[in-house]
Design a protein around this ligand. Sequence first.
Ligand SMILES: C[S@@+](CC[C@H](N)C(=O)[O-])C[C@H]1O[C@@H](n2cnc3c(N)ncnc32)[C@H](O)[C@@H]1O
Length: 469
Amino acid sequence: MKKGSLIIVKAEKMINQGLCLGRIEGKIVLIDGCLPGEIVSAKIQKIKKDYIEAKTIEIIEKSTSRINPVCKYFGFCGGCKLQNLNYSEQLKIKKSFVEEAFERTSKIFDINVNNVIGSDDEFFYRNKMEFSFAKRWMFEGISYSVKEKEFALGLHIPKQYEKVIHIDECFLQSNFSNEVRNFVGDFLFQRNASIHSLKNRSGLLKALLIRESKNTSEKLVGLITTRFEENLIVELGNKLNETFPEITTFVNIISNSNISSTIPDKILTIFGKGYIIEKLFDYQFEIYANTFFQTNTKQAEKLFSILLNYLKEKNFSNDFSKGKILVDLYSGVGVIGILLSNYFDKVIAFEDIDESVTAAKRNAEINKVHNISFLQRNLNDGFEISEELANYDLTIIADPPRSGMHEKTIKSILKLRPSTFIYISCNPVTQARDLAYLKEFYRIELVQPIDMFPQTYHIENIAILKISS
Ligand SMILES: C[S@@+](CC[C@H](N)C(=O)[O-])C[C@H]1O[C@@H](n2cnc3c(N)ncnc32)[C@H](O)[C@@H]1O
């Protein structure tokens, strides 16, 4: 066996990243481009010490769960790897990702992972998309002008940072989003606006952000550039206002670092109020261009309902004499702490990004929630609460980014020994890794995956832990 040779292999199961696992001559093969149960002819791409990487060339025996993908960019674009698999099978596979993460990563074997709560919308479910500007990925058989080769607005191909597919439709956000992206792309192409790249350090355009509220009609468009080009931005603002009266705010996000990151240095509001309002249950939230909000609003409501129902069922009362404290870690714009605030005497929330902390305080104010404090803190340094509060009945909720929690954060949690610990995560592997530190002291009461990201291999998961008596 050597690089480039063809092998016939059976895909036993799908693992993270949407790759399938097979075996040949006792060695593990990670196969791209096939589905579990399929027998394929695959070309060896890399031979590593413990495994082989291979790419499907031909499907010899097809899975009965295989369906035709709806998107013409499927197979190139990195966004929707599972679009060729029927939705009920996607949910089963995602449940197996969670089980595998708990068993393999943290050696927690005797837990019951609930069936994944599926999404009612299999497409057009995202409330936020960021499309990148870069050189154009060129499809075989299509000829491109010199100008077209230099300009694309769309989505990245996996592992291709310098080029993007110039798309004219995407099934993850609404049709409105497609129209706005195409309009902005055409406008900037005609104006010969330059694209920022790592080589071309003077380029202007980095990305286009589109955020839509699902429960109000507000919509935010943000153009991410390396500098403020006043004439161009004002003209684009006027055109957007004229053509899409449904856009409630347009911002220019200035991100002048010479890396591909779109982290803002400054946000200029060109028209509108600079943020949109989203509603969840009876609460309203201000969402800014750069603040986190769960990307699938309807599924987020299901996730938050699980937390609310859990608190109700466990007889968390509204009786303020009982002394119940909630610590909300990685609190973003304060959604979880605010939604659950009725069940606690006091909520203390920690978040790193200043703008999110400011927005969270505003959100508490507009929702008239007075028992919550938001503190700016990099949780990688650990955290503490006052000794007096540590003596109350304590619940901690953590909702960290994909990388999971820092060891110092876990140490702080263990020091406080909350009676309930709730861990929400979009990466079951890091979630299971972190929970391994707690398993000696806690029992896992609930593991509930929720599909926030249909057509992709991503899965959100809630774990609820109770202190062992
Ligand atoms: C997955 S989001 C959760 C937000 C919030 N719980 C919600 O549901 O809207 C993760 C949040 O953690 C914040 N964050 C990331 N790293 C952090 C750190 N080291 N310390 C504190 N907050 C951090 C991010 O800014 C982001 O707001």
